[in-house]
Design a protein around this ligand. Structure first.
Ligand code: SF4
Length: 480
């Protein structure tokens, strides 16, 4: 009988992430009390299991092929196990982490270990990954992975796996958690009900990667998965879909069927939920504690400029109040610095937060992701701050970072006003107030606000440093 093939799936940490916010630009300033506090807090956050597991690797490791044994290496918690023998190592590549992923891939291949690269970056920029891999998986891997593992057992691996269509998610594919170490994570109960988004926000890559058509899993499969997951882990559930209310008839039926399981859950929705009364009540009854909603902008000109069309600016405030009145806490994500924004925008955001009593405000700077329409537009307009050919500079970080020049506001003035905005929103007093005021999940709301109070102070300091010396001083003028 041939020996079992050992496959390791690797998840790389982002530069600055939920496992503990860290400074992007002043990491080396290790002598100050602030840096010591920052490192200590990061360890506390890490040890309090703030992180969630990598779902895409959970899905792949659940694909069962005879003669193959798969495990996950989450490098947020462990070093790469070089001492063990691997027949194949799969690395999930995100654009901002591509250099790290390539360095690991090169090191493995120099030791004779075969490497497969997949993930968002490979799907969008396959050719740039080719020199670092034996095998590339382009696109959603659900079907391709089975084919690849079967080829591995037959020693007939191909250099390229790609499908000309998105996987049909209605086919039953149970997700297993056997490759996870449970107590590392805040929860292991991650559920995906579907993929794709019918909207076209120009800063988002969801519709680019997963298409505009909503593809849904069978409701019976999800209900069975939730029951099975709950049996192993009674902590909170995360529904990771970008818009859990996108197909209201489907969502209504799904959460009606989940209600008897008595779970508590977090998810992500559009503010349209405020106008979907029956669905909203069903969410609340089925155990929804909190939702993340992408508000992005309350300026009509900015919403139009970036194709954020699913709700009108004037409807947002009422939608948020309606959702909170149903007993669901809200994390509202804003982007300041969109193309219709001016120096008046921060005051409007402050008024909006105070009027709606939003539980956790997330105040982001526009992040032009390579592969999106906004990246191309900013490149054509000469507004990107790093070399557009070095797409790995456009990294994802949990902290804020200037990657472009805003349209209507000079860079220095923008950073000043952004810093003033986050300084005003994220104080200890406001964090406690929002925690106490939250309709549900008060402790989580409080913790998030406190975490953000620290995170945004790091971001302010980073932005100042970025502006003063390092990145902008060199890169910005270098490309002009
Ligand atoms: S931001 Fe949300 S609504 Fe817009 S395209 Fe992305 S997933 Fe869809």
């Amino acid at each position: 009988m041939p020996a079992t093939k050992k496959v390791l799936l690797v998840f790389l940490p982002s530069e600055s992430g939920v496992d503990g916010a860290r400074s992007l630009y002043s990491e080396h300033d290790s002598s100050t009390l602030f840096s010591w506090f920052n490192r200590s807090l990061r360890n506390v956050i890490k040890q309090s299991q703030f992180a969630i597991p990598p779902l895409s690797l959970m899905i792949l490791s659940s694909i069962d092929v005879q003669g193959v044994e798969q495990s996950i290496c989450d490098m947020r918690f462990e070093e790469f196990p070089f001492k063990e023998t691997w027949d194949l190592v799969g690395i999930s590549v995100q654009t901002g982490m591509a250099k790290k992923a390539f360095a690991l891939a090169d090191a493995l291949r120099s030791r004779g270990i075969s490497v497969v690269l997949g993930g968002a970056h490979v799907t969008l920029f396959a050719e740039s990954c080719r020199p670092h891999a034996d095998v590339l998986v382009v696109g959603e891997a659900d079907d391709l992975w089975k084919e690849l593992l079967t080829d591995l057992t037959a020693c007939t691996l191909k250099p390229h796996y790609q499908s000309d269509r998105f996987p049909d998610l209605s086919i039953s594919r149970p997700v297993m958690k056997t490759s996870l170490i449970n107590n590392r994570y805040f929860t292991t109960n991650l559920i995906q009900t579907g993929r794709g988004c019918q909207h076209s926000c120009d800063f988002c890559n969801v519709h680019v990667l997963n298409g505009h058509t909503l593809r849904r899993r069978a409701i019976a499969d999800i209900v069975a998965e939730v029951a099975r997951f709950k049996h192993d882990d009674r902590r909170i559930f995360f529904f990771v879909d970008d818009t859990i209310n996108a197909d209201p008839i489907y969502a209504l039926e799904l959460f009606r069927q989940l209600t008897p399981l008595k779970i508590r859950w977090f998810g992500q929705a559009t503010t349209t939920l405020g106008q979907q009364q029956e669905l909203l009540e069903t969410f609340a009854r089925s155990g929804c504690q909190a939702l993340l909603v992408g508000i992005e902008s309350i300026e009509t000109t900015s919403r139009n400029a970036h194709k954020k069309n699913q709700n009108k600016a004037g409807e947002l405030s009422m939608a948020i109040k309606t959702i909170r009145n149903a007993g669901i806490s809200l994390y509202g994500s804003f982007i300041y610095g969109l193309d219709g924004d001016t120096l008046e925008t921060p005051a409007a955001i402050l008024d909006f937060i105070s009027d709606t009593r939003l539980d956790v405000p997330g105040i982001n700077i526009l992040r032009p992701i390579p592969g999106t329409r906004v990246f191309e537009r900013l490149r054509e307009e000469g507004r990107l701050l790093f070399d557009p050919l070095d797409i790995t500079a456009y990294r994802y970080t949990f902290g804020q970072e200037m990657l472009y020049t805003p349209k209507n506001i000079p860079l220095e003035g923008f950073i000043e006003s952004y810093s003033a905005l986050t300084r005003e929103i994220f104080t200890i007093k406001n964090s406690i107030g929002r925690g106490l005021d939250a309709p549900r999940a008060k402790a989580a709301v409080l913790l998030f606000n406190l975490f953000y109070t620290h995170l945004y102070s790091l971001s302010r300091s980073d932005l100042k440093q970025q502006l003063e010396k390092e990145a902008l001083g060199k890169n910005h003028f270098a490309i002009r």
